[in-house]
Design a binder for this molecule. Structure first.
Ligand SMILES: *Cc1c(COP(=O)(O)O)cnc(C)c1O
Length: 237
């Protein structure tokens, strides 16, 4: 089958087919892998078009951008998933607007989010972002700190810890990329043995999702392959 790369519908269909093919290759069921479309930098009109194609959840890395789009798309009320570095002073807005946070990587953020959520009277699904790459630029918890952090998180009744998230190293070497994803999978196994069931593994982006699925990803975060090229350098992510 061919897909029109000039349209959002065509690119979305191509990504869905790519996920299915990667699952087949990895002897996994396509239903095991969720697609999180990443709409950061794309405007509300584009998100609205994506909604007409059946998408209801969108990954964003800036809280201000969620605020603006949530306002413009109030009639549709899609779910907003925070996937970027989060400052504690944004916790109140996140507690109001986000359906989920995948970038929980430190205790002071957990404290701030829990407090804001208590005030809102709601709970929030969270994933712990772990740093599996050797790059200094990426945020995320040091893997050795994960067991202790998971224990600390049990104190926050409004945070429902559902899994782990990572970004692989930006490398052309498939073994390096897969190594990052495998590391996250193993960390989840270790956590499971310690009594923390973490069903979700958010790993894989436009350029590396096939490898992530091969290594056990349950959720791929796809931006440019669906929405097109973004107007800024990856270093600003
Ligand atoms: C931007 C971003 C993505 C999507 O990246 P693409 O390469 O455009 O698919 C995924 N995860 C995080 C954390 C991001 O910031």
């Amino acid at each position: 089958m061919t897909f029109d790369p000039a349209t959002l519908a065509g690119r979305l269909a191509a990504v869905r087919a790519g996920i299915d093919a990667a699952c087949l290759q990895a002897a996994r069921e396509p239903t095991e892998v969720t697609l999180l479309p990443v709409s950061k930098t794309f405007d509300a009109a584009t998100v609205r078009e994506a909604i007409t194609l059946g998408l209801r959840r969108f990954g964003e890395n800036k809280v201000q951008e969620i605020q603006a789009k949530a306002l413009e798309l109030a009639d549709e009320a899609p779910s907003w998933v925070v996937i970027g570095h989060l400052q504690t002073n944004k916790a109140k807005v996140v507690a109001k607007l986000a359906s989920e946070v995948q970038s929980l990587d430190r205790l002071d953020l957990a404290v701030a989010l829990d407090k804001a959520l208590q005030a809102e009277g709601r709970g929030l699904d969270v994933l712990v972002q772990v740093k599996t790459s050797r790059e200094d630029t990426k945020f995320g918890l040091d893997p050795t700190a994960l067991p202790g952090f998971l224990r600390q998180l049990t104190a926050f009744s409004s945070l429902r810890v559902r899994g782990l998230m990572t970004l692989a190293e930006a490398s052309d070497d498939e073994r390096v990329v897969r190594g990052c994803f495998r590391h996250l999978y193993q960390l989840r196994d270790t956590a499971l043995q310690a009594g923390f069931p973490l069903p979700r593994l958010s790993m894989g982006m436009s350029g590396d999702y096939v490898h992530a699925i091969a290594e056990g990803s349950t959720e791929v975060r796809i931006g440019s392959a669906i929405f097109g090229a973004r107007n800024y350098k990856p270093s600003q992510v």
